[in-house]
Design a protein around this ligand. Structure first.
Ligand code: ADP
Ligand code: MG
Length: 242
């Protein structure tokens, strides 16, 4: 997989909403948010030394359980910005006997992207038996066997694959606490909107957190996003003019 370098540029960041949690300047600051030390250790061993702009702002917002719409250019580290809070909030892998069902879902437009996000997950998952599923026909079928879906921590899927599994009764999303739409501009496009609506409607947990991430968000998609989010913070990272 190609790894994209974080551009060495100064970012202009705006964070708007009510009571916006302050941003962090270092990953060490995560201790004060109760992020498990195993996760911060995994950041180090993955070579992540300091948070990127989108991470500095979005990680505290998500750790404070707020809904979020984040717009930040390609290559600025959006994946970690939502994965780290998910791992931290889930705290530990679901126990084999919990029977609680899927707790986090990341929806992306393509299989290729789903694969990349899965690989990022593996970095944060080191040292614990997290059950992370890159959703495909095969993995969905495997889940339908004897309650396996109850022990899943995170599912990464394209909209169509996830909706197919919902319609077949392979999984339900009633216990999902964290729903992320990555590449949200495409997710909120008319092409995917019926599936996204069905996914959101299937996440019935009262304290569901929704987060949308994108490099761009055209006005139409932005309006849809804001309607779907609950008292969101809106973070926009741009490149400062020189
Ligand atoms: P985006 O989704 O914004 O396009 P990615 O999440 O794909 O960006 O990240 C781009 C690259 O930057 C990946 O290779 C990722 O591993 C790396 N990366 C992310 N966060 C950091 C960080 N804090 N420090 C160094 N590299 C990082
Ligand atoms: Mg991305």
């Amino acid at each position: 997989l190609a790894s994209v370098a974080i551009p060495e540029v100064i970012h202009r960041v705006s964070a708007k909403g009510s009571d916006v949690p302050p941003h962090i300047d270092s990953f060490e600051a995560l201790n004060t948010f109760g992020v498990p030390s195993r996760i911060t250790a995994n950041l180090k061993s993955s070579g992540y030394k300091t948070p990127t702009s989108v991470q500095s702002y979005c990680i505290p917002i998500l750790l404070k359980s707020r809904d979020l719409a984040a717009i930040s250019p390609t290559g600025t580290g959006k994946t970690l910005a939502y994965l780290l809070p998910i791992f931290s909030k889930l705290a530990a892998p679901a126990s084999p006997s919990s029977g609680n069902g899927v707790r986090a879902v990341v929806v992306v437009p393509t299989r290729e992207l789903a694969h990349q996000i899965y690989n990022e997950c593996l970095k944060l998952a080191q040292g614990r038996k997290w059950k992370i599923i890159l959703f495909s026909k095969a993995t969905a079928n495997a889940l339908s066997q004897n309650g396996a879906a109850d022990k899943v921590d995170i599912i990464i899927s394209t909209p169509l694959r996830l909706v197919a599994a919902l319609q077949n009764g392979v999984i339900d999303l009633n216990n999902v606490r964290h729903l992320v739409l990555d590449e949200a501009d495409r997710m909120l496009d008319p092409e995917f909107m019926p599936q996204i609506q069905e996914i959101v409607n299937s996440c019935t947990y009262s304290f569901l957190q929704k987060a949308f991430f994108s490099a761009t968000l055209p006005a139409g998609a932005e309006k849809l996003a804001m309607e779907m989010l609950n008292n969101p913070v809106r973070v926009v990272v741009g490149v400062k003019d020189t």
